[in-house]
Design a protein around this ligand. Sequence first.
Ligand code: PEP
Ligand code: MN
Length: 337
Amino acid sequence: MVVILKPKTSTEEINKLTRDLESKGVTVNPVIGTELIILGLVGDTSKLDPCYIEANPYVERVMHVQEHFKKANRMFHPEDSIIDVNGNTIGGRKISVIAGPCSVETEEQIITVAKDVKKYGASFLRGGAFKPRTSPYSFQGLKYDGLELLKIAREQTGLPIVTEIMSPYDIEVFNENVDVIQVGARNMQNFDLLKELGKTNKTILLKRGLSATIEELLMSAEYIMAGGNENVILCERGIRTFETYTRNTLDLSAIPAIKKLSHLPVIVDPSHAAGKWWMVEPLAKAAVAVGADGLIIEVHNDPQKAWCDGQQSIKPELFSNIMDDLRIIAEAVGREI
Ligand code: PEP
Ligand code: MN
């Protein structure tokens, strides 16, 4: 529900009405513009009577919102959200790059890759410890040992770590040890997991489901935000289409669409989108050109021997070249890396 106030409503009146509405169990997000004052009401508005609110002389109009997502909606939060992870920001002018292997394999592997990606300009280290594999016989990740190796890599490089959670049972461990918790495409609609993540204060990297619409992605973000955690980064990682040449089809149009609908930062994963290492470069460039706030790229020191997703992993040298080109593209679109 949206309450539109008369243009010259005083701060005192706004606060009074806000307190009154909040006493009925909703959260009020005010947007105070020069032309318009809007109160965005989030929560269970079923107990609010629009006639009662409209009886207030400062209220111009009460409107029911068609959009199902509220906290993630740009309507109630016109400014871009900038998420801070231990001093590293995602969103705003800077484009952030998360890089690292698909999965953590050995101490030597994760440290080597972490040092390389840091040298070439990544600001976060990725690495899966819990892997959602299509086959139960494929490598499932080093699990808790993998988290420990990521922590060693963080200690040695200073890079914050981004890693995927699969189960709500692991939230405490992730909350304690990880800087950004990734929710993978396969768990985008694991609503129990999303609700639990909403109770934490961690930054959540929410990847778009394999066949999820943009609205479904935003509704999943809403699950986390409705719980009180507004530190959500969205990720376009390719969707299932009839095309089989690529692993998925990168939906570049999702970036401007999400930017229009939501204030949350949105990044692109060209590695899982294409499933081919040589496509990472052109897709990463396109992502920056189209307005992405960042990239998540799989980098491996020896892709041919990778335990997971070697075919789409690039070597550190290519990562370095791509970063050089991305700096030029970023500048052309008014951003920086
Ligand atoms: C990953 O990032 O390693 C991963 C499994 O990605 P997605 O959930 O997008 O498939
Ligand atoms: Mn992978």
